[in-house]
Design a protein around this ligand. Sequence first.
Ligand SMILES: [Zn+2]
Ligand SMILES: [Zn+2]
Length: 273
Amino acid sequence: MPSQVLCKCASCRKHTVILDNVPQAGCLVSFTTRRSHEKRAVSTPPRPVSPSPRQKPTSSRPPNQQEVSSHPMDIIFPSSTVIKMICILVVWLHIWAGISRSVVNTILKAFQLIISMTLQLIEAALCSSGISIRFPDLAIPQDIWTAYARHFLEPEIICTVCCPTCFSLYPQPAPIKCQWKESPRSRSCNTDLWKSKNTSKGPKMVPRRLYSTQSFDTWLQFFLSWKVIVDSLAGAFHQRGNRPAAFGGDMCDVQDSPAWQDLTGIFSTPITI
Ligand SMILES: [Zn+2]
Ligand SMILES: [Zn+2]
């Protein structure tokens, strides 16, 4: 009803209307009615409200506003989407734009301050108009690796220590010295597997030879988490049926091979888990 306006005069404040899903003190009246209410309020000063025993004696607010503000309305707010967008931005800044970890961590803290302050200002501005709302708390990660781990699948890295003398492999935690023996009765290799390295935080023991490999299972999960990969696999899988290759005919790629063609009968989808 566009012809109606919200009147918040002393008598209309005793009622509550719902505007845009937010309860507000006041009445929806015509513009002329509100003018007459305003004139009446100016001519008759409001009577002092005697505080009821349940009300706090220090409160100077009208009872209706007190009632509204004591039950702030929780606003449904896509906070997880906002946090995800911020995380994607800082991960992009760190990985693609080459911004250092300490700088992106400062950016994360700045985002937390700016957004919390903005929401508080909105709450305060609406509260001064008699609309009491409450936004959910935004918990933005304070560190880039928390932001990364929360929104991106990361392949698992397996670290393996290798003996520089006999090339025996040890999963972490590796022993101090190599224990490999050529035969049960021969002496062990006994090569030091660790060395001291000076770092900014003092000397630290590090493996003399360390190999890092990706876990295939988590790498495959990471690889298949990309929509473009899954779409390409599906495209290649369905394309195969359209090009039946004759045995002994020209093969341009692996999809033309008869062995690949035979897979059609085994699998009905490109990804079988
Ligand atoms: Zn009124
Ligand atoms: Zn060894």
